[in-house]
Design a protein around this ligand. Structure first.
Ligand code: ZN
Ligand code: ZN
Length: 240
């Protein structure tokens, strides 16, 4: 859009802070105060799973957490999240996911693009959003992860694949469940419809929130079974 139309549009419908609704001079997503409240995940964090680390015991930027050190095989290559899912960020995510605040996608994807710098630096071939089951997609009218993937594609220049990976079985909302029930709930719920588009590819799996990781793990297993070369994960928020 040219700048005159942007100016007119901003005059009629000025950009507002996505959190508190305050009018913004520029469309930065959040006002300075709300931005300052978000707990962005910054170093030190585990190089592999992205979990924040309390203390730095080494200046090695590829430091691993205790969990990742114990593992001999990793399902994910790298995992990153932009900020902590807490009282300060909850409204942004809940509004985006359940209350049609699709305008949040742009800001959330911008924070994800910054948090995922390591992933984009090592290289990916395609961005794949965590899919919704068709009935959920019809009732919600949009897949919030697909909106994030679309914005990330614009920022990174990497293509999105919205059709090869599907959720073929309905599941209960993960928020209603805990621990092992979450794992069972999503078991075998995802599949690859067009394996030829996944085979040999470095996949970036995108979702809004990482809670226990059950959904992302189940997705990665299905993608790996279909021959994906690697799977990285990138979420806006993460429960810490
Ligand atoms: Zn604000
Ligand atoms: Zn780790």
């Amino acid at each position: 859009m040219n700048s005159l139309w942007t100016d007119i549009l901003n005059f009629i419908l000025p950009p507002r802070c996505l959190k508190c609704g305050k009018i913004l001079k520029e469309n930065t997503g959040l006002c300075t105060e709300c931005f300052g409240e978000i707990n962005f995940i910054t170093t030190p964090y585990c190089h592999k799973c992205g979990h924040p680390l309390e203390t730095v015991v080494s200046h090695d930027s590829k430091i691993l957490c205790g969990n990742c050190l114990k593992k001999t095989r990793h399902l994910f290559r790298l995992s990153r999240s932009a900020f902590s899912y807490d009282e300060a960020s909850k409204g942004l995510i809940v509004g985006f996911k359940f209350n049609d605040k699709t305008e949040n996608a742009k800001f959330l994807a911008q924070t994800m693009f910054v948090a995922g710098a390591d992933i984009f630096a090592v290289g990916i071939d395609v961005i794949v959003p965590v899919p919704l089951h068709l009935t959920r997609l019809i009732s919600r009218r949009y897949n919030q992860s697909a909106l994030l993937a679309k914005q990330l594609a614009k920022l990174s220049g990497c293509p999105v694949d919205n059709t090869s990976f599907i959720k073929h079985r309905r599941t209960r909302p993960q928020v209603e469940l805990n621990g092992i029930a979450r794992v069972r709930n999503v078991k075998g719920a995802f599949s690859v419809k067009y394996p030829e588009k996944i085979e040999g590819k470095r996949i970036l799996l995108v979702d809004d929130v990482l809670t226990t990781g059950s959904t992302l793990k189940e997705c990665a297993l299905a993608l790996k079974r279909a021959g994906a070369k690697s799977v990285d994960t990138l979420t806006a928020a993460r429960v810490i």
